[in-house]
Design a protein around this ligand. Sequence first.
Ligand SMILES: Cc1ncc(COP(=O)(O)O)c(C=O)c1O
Length: 390
Amino acid sequence: MFNFDETYSRRNTSSLKWDLMEKIYSIPDASKIIPMWVADMDFAAPETITNALKARMDFPLFGYTFEDEACASSVTSWLARRNDWHVPTESVLYHQGVVPAISTIVEAFTNEGDTVLVNAPIYPPFFNVPKKLNRQVAYAPLHEENGVYTFDFESFEEQAKKDDVKLFIFCHPHNPSGTVWSEDVLKRIDTICAENGVIVLSDEIHSDLILNGTQHIPFAKASSHADNVITCVAPTKTFNIAGIQAAMMIVTDAKKRQIIRKTMESHSQMGLNTFALTAVQAAFSEESEAWLHALIDYLNENVRYVIDTITQELPKINVKHPDATYLLWLDMRQTGMTEKEMMQKLLDAGVALDPGTKYGAPFDGFLRMNIACTRETLKEAVKRFIQALS
Ligand SMILES: Cc1ncc(COP(=O)(O)O)c(C=O)c1O
């Protein structure tokens, strides 16, 4: 019913993933390189979204639009249906992306010089955005054992207790390890943050992409202090429409909503553009869910293929099937190669991954691999990966 095997030529389409590699990797020519870096899939968006956009195009008036009740309802209905999380439509605020929303939230709830707490390893904007806004960053490293990541509450609490720590940016599910956090973990984080006056920003952009069949539990749903929590969600990773730019902040506390609105207004932030408005509602419709289920099956097969093939050929690589996301976090430390060496060999062989140090300085020896491409592309990429590192 859905053909994830269809290959689209994305070169020369202004695709960040395909057309920006020369710049990202400082190489003269990337025309033969398969990209497995930025979290963007090589699959067409579902027809529910493309048809809705085409229909919108047929009405050739593109004046100012606003996020009406129907849009908010599509968001809250999605969260209720998928995660049994029931929030009023008035709690939905909009932004053009989760990363811009993180900037707004950091600006709104911390002052210059304050500290923002993040885990390590972590999605780079979690520390880069606060730093660019002249905030300090404190790291609470995750505990790792044989590729399994768990929360280190001792170091987390120690950091959260510090007076200057005002905000914790949480990645749920976690990028890059693909960990889905349990309710118990969420509750403990919730208690520590509430007791120490630390606001929680829970980035749940990957929450629709659960691969292991478990149920995503929104942090705010598990929380006993929901007014202390701001949740970011988006249809953009789920349905591969990041270029359309759309995100939501779910903020149940009216006072916090007011503060966020004021910060957004100070930068004349307008929320969703006309096409995002249409795409969000189409994405968060019941009709899109069949596509999502098929996608998850395809991604699981891709993950299995990569892990089986790589670990058979290169047994020194340690990699776990992620609970969520289409990103593999490869522990390469036993190969004895430096990150620079590995990256060079891989680029020479024609495949571009993310270096581990992008996710925090201590992660030299790790690579992040995006497996969301057609099986045909994946097989070629894995072949090159093995050739490069054998
Ligand atoms: C955890 C996380 N948050 C946010 C984003 C990007 O969000 P946006 O494109 O809406 O800014 C990504 C993209 O990979 C991500 O992994």
